[in-house]
Design a protein around this ligand. Sequence first.
Ligand SMILES: Cc1cc2nc3c(=O)[nH]c(=O)nc-3n(C[C@H](O)[C@H](O)[C@H](O)COP(=O)(O)O)c2cc1C
Length: 133
Amino acid sequence: MSIYTSNGNERVLSQQAFLVSETDETGTIVFANDDFCKIAGYNIDELIGKPHNMVRHPDMPKAAFKDLWETVKRGETWTGFVKNNVKGGSEFYWVYATVYPVLRNGKRYYMSCRKKPVADEIASSIALYKTLV
Ligand SMILES: Cc1cc2nc3c(=O)[nH]c(=O)nc-3n(C[C@H](O)[C@H](O)[C@H](O)COP(=O)(O)O)c2cc1C
């Protein structure tokens, strides 16, 4: 069973899709699970060592990521709706993300766990993000 369906330009996540990625303190990707790789359209080797903004969609306001980084750097958990590009940029997908800091071997990393948002949450995010820069 596929973890997403494509309607041409949007990849709509299935209910069981669970996308995980991890970065170091600088936002460099150190881990991504199979669901993240499949939906983002990359092999794992293309992701590890790259800045996480490689999947950023231009419709995402800078303010959302400023808030994300300020929150996790304070040691808190950020939740929010994110629109990402698929490799190549001709498709996108929406997720509901929970991002939080983890400590491993004395070093801080950040984890993001993502699932399918419901349609009206996507609609509100589209409206909100149009008002932000
Ligand atoms: C754990 C973690 C996961 C992230 N996941 C995404 C993501 O899926 N998409 C995205 O555009 N940015 C993600 N970011 C934020 C990026 O690091 C970056 O701040 C954002 O893409 C905006 O790019 P910029 O900071 O260069 O303006 C994530 C950050 C962290 C810490």
